[in-house]
Design a protein around this ligand. Sequence first.
Ligand code: FE
Ligand code: FE
Ligand code: ZN
Length: 277
Amino acid sequence: MFYIGCHLSASKGFLHMAKEASSIGANTFQFFTRNPRGFAAKDIDEKDVREFLDYAKEHNFGKILAHAPYTLNPSSADEKVRDLALRIMTDDMERMEYVPHNLYNFHPGSHVGQGAEKGIELTATLLNTILKPEQTTIVLLETMSGKGSEIGRNFEEIKEIIDKTELSDKVGVCLDTCHVYDAGYDIVGNLDGVLDEFDRIIGLEKLHAIHMNDSKNPFESHKDRHEKIGEGYIGLDAMEKVINNERLKHLPIFLETPNELDGYEAEIKTLKEKRDL
Ligand code: FE
Ligand code: FE
Ligand code: ZN
């Protein structure tokens, strides 16, 4: 089964997102849990959730991916900023259990001058506070491009956060193709080498999802600007190898390219055509 979707607006609820996904040939989707500015979240509508769960089952949807507001910084030097991340993500964890057994992705944070070690420590502390043994949601650390003082800029930093997390079976990784390429992992020239390295340092069993984005900037630029599939420095051939790689084939793919719905529909169609059976 090829699970592919894109980022959708959550403003009209779960069932609406699922139908919108279906209408563009997707069988999963990503959404923000709340407005990244102001952090307002839509109330959970239990009827909407029930209808969504039925619809997703009927239409053989893959796991869906919730994305935390990217404006949070769990590794900030400012206690108030860290506390905001903690409160919002605690609430998100509760909300995720209405749609159990899915995925929740967040940016590990920026250490803003404290040093990566301190940042890693603070992010692990946040995870040790929000994760509960009974939760069904897997929380994913997103691989980052290393712009500014971002942590999660390499596999070693991600691994360190996981190692410092007590309930590490609740934690996984989301690999963003644009971010890792910008960070200096050559998925274009040596995808298998990058996957070997991921496996050696983190373990491929920890990889739960792929953000598929081309990059507006060249290799190792540490920029993080997404481009449409095939229109950036990564290119369509490299994406084709990602979706068909034996070690990645089982993972859901989420597009976060600069597109409206029709652009996403076209990219999904292209990638489905490139996918081997
Ligand atoms: Fe992200
Ligand atoms: Fe991403
Ligand atoms: Zn990005």
